[in-house]
Design a protein around this ligand. Structure first.
Ligand code: NAD
Ligand code: UDP
Length: 340
C-alpha cells in the first residue's frame, strides 16, 4: 500500500514508518517538525534501506494538502500529527483546539476531495475519562476528558464517527493508545521530548543519563498495591505493529465505518515497578522523592485488549523489562536526543 503518514517524524510516527517500510509499504510523511526533526526519518531510512518522501508543511495548509492528495494516489493515511502535552493544553487551550481540530478537519476535507478514504487516527486512553472502570472496553460511553488535549481526542473521535456514518466509503480506525514507551532495539530512534519531560519514562531516562537530578513520584497514597499510579505501558514497536495490522484490516473491510481498538497490554504497572525495571535494565540507580499527587491523574488506567486480539489478531508481546532496556539504549546512545 502507499501510505501518507502525518506527524511521521515524531516519536510514534517514526517507529511506525520504519515498520511500514519493513513490511514493504511505500511511505510519504507530512510534518512541520514542530516537535521533531527530519533526522528521525533519515535514521529510519538508514535502518531499513528504504526511502521516504518528506513534505514539510503544517497540515492546516489545506491547499497544499489537497494538492498532495490530488497527485499522491494514497491508499491510506495514518494521522499522528498534533500537539500532545496535557499541561500545555490547560494553559493554552485555543492553541490545542485550533491545532488538533483544524489539522484533522483540513486532512479529512482534503481526503474527501480525493479517492483516499482509509484513515487511522491516534486516539488515546484519555478518552475513557474519570468515570470508566478498568479494564477499559471500547464500547464504553460517554467518552470524556478533563483537559483540552484529551477533549480534542474525544471531539475528533466524534467527528470521524459522524463522517463514517454519513458516507460508508470511509474506513476509519480509532486507535486508543495506552502509555507508549521504549524505542527501536537499535537505539537509533526513540522519544526526544523538548524541554523537561512530562512523562514518566523519558523523565527516568534523563535522570539515568545525568540530565536531571532526581525523579518526583507523584503520590504514593493511591489505592494500588504500592500506593503509586498504575498504567498500561506499551512498547512503541508493539504499537507500530498495531497500526500496520489495523491498516490491513481496514483494507479488507469495506463498510466497516469507524471502529475503535485499544492498543495496550492489559496489565497495570506501578511507578515504582517502572523505576525498578529501569534500574535493572540500565544498572543505574534512579534517585526519587515522593511528591504530592499531580492534578488530574487517575490511580489506574489499563486496557481490555481483547477486541484488538479478536479482530486484528494483534497482541503486545514486549514486557516492561524490554521497554526499559530499549528506552535506555536509545537514551544512553543519544544523551541529547537528535540534537547531538
Ligand atoms: P510527537 O510530538 O512526537 O509527534 C507528533 C508529530 O506531529 C511531530 O513530528 C510534530 O512535529 C508533528 N505535528 C504537530 N502538529 C503538526 C501540524 N499542525 N502539521 C504537521 N505536523 C505537525 O508525538 P507522539 O508521541 O509521536 O504522538 C503521536 C500521536 O499520538 C499524537 O496525536 C498524540 O496525541 C497521540 N498519542 C500519544 C501518546 C503518547 O504518550 N506519546 C499517547 C496517546 C496518544
Ligand atoms: N509520574 C510520576 N512522575 C513523573 C511523571 C509521571 O510519578 O515525573 C507518574 C504519573 O503520576 C502516572 C504515571 O507516572 O501515575 C504515568 O504518567 P505519564 O505522564 O507518563 O502518563 P499518563 O498516564 O499520565 O498520560
Amino acid at each position: 500500500m502507499k501510505i501518507l503518514v502525518t506527524g511521521g517524524a515524531g516519536y510514534i510516527g517514526s517507529h511506525t514508518v520504519l515498520t511500514l517500510l519493513e513490511k514493504g509499504h511505500e511511505v510519504e510523511v507530512v510534518d512541520n517538525y514542530d516537535n521533531s526533526s527530519p533526522e528521525s526519518i533519515r535514521r529510519v531510512e538508514r535502518l531499513t534501506g528504504g526511502s521516504v518522501v518528506l513534505h514539510e508543511f503544517d497540515l492546516r495548509e489545506e491547499e497544499r494538502l489537497t494538492e498532495l492528495f490530488a497527485t499522491g494516489a494514497y491508499d491510506a493515511v495514518i494521522h499522528f500529527a498534533g500537539l500532545k502535552a496535557v499541561g500545555e493544553s490547560v494553559a493554552e487551550p485555543a492553541l490545542y483546539y485550533g491545532t488538533n481540530l483544524e489539522s484533522t478537519l483540513s486532512l479529512v476535507r482534503a481526503m474527501a476531495a480525493s479517492a483516499t478514504r482509509t484513515l487511522v487516527f491516534s486516539s488515546s486512553a484519555t478518552v475513557y475519562g474519570e468515570r470508566a472502570q478498568v479494564p477499559y472496553v471500547e464500547a464504553y460511553e460517554p467518552l470524556e476528558a478533563n483537559n483540552p488535549y484529551g477533549k480534542t481526542k474525544v471531539m475528533i473521535e466524534h467527528i470521524l464517527g459522524d463522517l463514517a456514518a454519513a458516507d460508508d466509503s470511509w474506513r476509519i480506525g480509532l486507535l486508543r493508545y495506552f502509555n507508549p514507551v521504549g524505542a527501536h532495539p537499535s537505539g537509533e530512534i526513540g522519544e526526544d521530548p523538548a524541554g523537561i519531560p512530562n512523562n514518566l519514562t523519558p523523565y527516568i531516562s534523563q535522570v539515568a543519563v545525568g540530565r536531571l537530578a532526581s525523579l518526583g513520584v507523584f503520590g504514593d497514597d493511591y489505592d494500588t498495591p504500592d500506593g503509586t499510579g498504575l498504567r498500561d505501558y506499551i512498547h512503541v514497536m508493539d504499537l507500530a505493529e498495531g497500526h500496520v495490522v489495523a491498516l490491513e484490516h481496514l483494507a479488507a473491510s469495506p463498510g466497516i465505518g469507524a471502529r475503535a481498538w485499544n492498543l495496550g497490554t492489559g496489565t497495570g504497572t506501578s511507578v515504582l515497578e517502572v523505576v525498578a525495571a529501569f534500574e535493572k535494565a540500565s544498572g543505574v540507580e534512579i534517585p526519587y522523592e515522593v511528591k504530592p499527587r499531580r492534578a488530574g491523574d487517575l490511580a489506574r488506567s489499563y486496557a481490555d485488549a481483547s477486541r484488538a486480539k479478536d479482530e486484528l489478531g494483534w497482541v503486545a508481546t514486549r514486557g516492561i523489562d524490554e521497554m526499559c532496556a530499549d528506552a535506555w539504549r536509545w537514551q544512553s546512545q543519544n544523551p541529547q536526543g537528535y540534537r547531538a
